[in-house]
Design a protein around this ligand. Sequence first.
Ligand code: ATP
Ligand code: MG
Length: 407
Amino acid sequence: MEREIVMPHAAAKILKTLNVGGYEAYIVGGCVRDALLGREAGDWDITTSAKPEQVKALFTHTFDTGIAHGTVTVVMEDGNNYEVTTYRTETTYSDCRHPDDVIFTASLEEDLKRRDFTMNAIAYHPKEGFRDYFGGREDIDRQVIRGVGDPSQRFQEDALRMLRALRFSVQLGFSIEKKTADALKENVSLIQKISAERIRMELEKMLLGDFPEKMPFLWESGLLGALFPQWAQTLQEHGNTFIDQLSLCSRRPAVRWAAALQWIGEAGAKAVFRALKFDLATEKEALLLLRLGPSVIPAQKVFLRKLIGQIGPETAMEVLRMQSILTQQDLRNQMEMVTEILADGDCCSLRELAVDGKVLLSVGIPGGEEMGKILKKLLALVQEEPAMNERDTLLEAVKRYQEGEEI
Ligand code: ATP
Ligand code: MG
């Protein structure tokens, strides 16, 4: 029985407008795949025989996104943007990533032929049904990722497709079909031509995927080794442990990266972050997790208040979670304590201290180093004893300090 796809009203309207204008139009790619899988589709992409200028003439609100690649973004009343791309076929790829030329075509089949995997090369129209020239639906049913055409040639055209194959495998739980997997293994070294940003993005999607058990092919195929030999070596060795841990880890990118990099040491991890041009926030959090992950975290509130003060409540909780996963310790006690500390509003950092620099200035403490020293002592005091975090109590302690006593 032919399946149906329920698409947003606005997407159906775009198809209709294009058809009335005399052009062919279909939804295509990821959205058709996801709809067939019962997954929520990200973007509803449209492919059409209309040229970009012709698309623009049919809609009131459009903007040029990748006009050189034939893509026009149509803004619809539902507030969503839809990418409408002219059928195109691709020519040669001298750099293993970008087609040298973009050539428009009148043939949907040609357009589908340039797409990476059979499951991504299905077009659909509500009246005409599916246009599925490469057995995409059958591959979806069998949960296989298969290259369109000669997989080796397709990976040589655009090496990013190798990472995409793996990423889809880990996201969807699909296997990579033998011929496609063999072609991937033959071409792993081409991955070096792909930009750091794209590699990072695909790896991160993989690390966050629902089927970590599909990940070993990343290092077993040699793909990761072609980029980071040392890192791949550690996963070759500890892969099984890593996969078990991943299913327990929070879905925070920094946590997943830290888990993946736990065996190459801090310098090794830093080298990976640099090579992949990480944003500082994720890098910082991942490094913290790597550093604190294997350390001992005592079940003492004062220790935990200090930890929260240093790295913030969210990361502190992640450290505990991560550590309990990596070292298989029972840290439920500590996690409960963190929850209590936050619920009680205990002062953990200078921001929450009942006195600040201004107050101290007003009682005659000079600014600068001395002030910093006193604030630190006061913080340590309330981290020990949260009830002390009252303005008057703290000012009394300051007064005694001015008279020569320790805080
Ligand atoms: P998702 O958006 O969930 O990551 P997707 O399949 O929609 O998955 P996109 O990158 O949004 O992936 O690309 C949309 C479509 O464009 C794909 O389904 C595929 O048909 C085609 N495509 C994308 N990247 C490539 C590529 N590198 N080579 C060939 N075709 C590609
Ligand atoms: Mg998409």
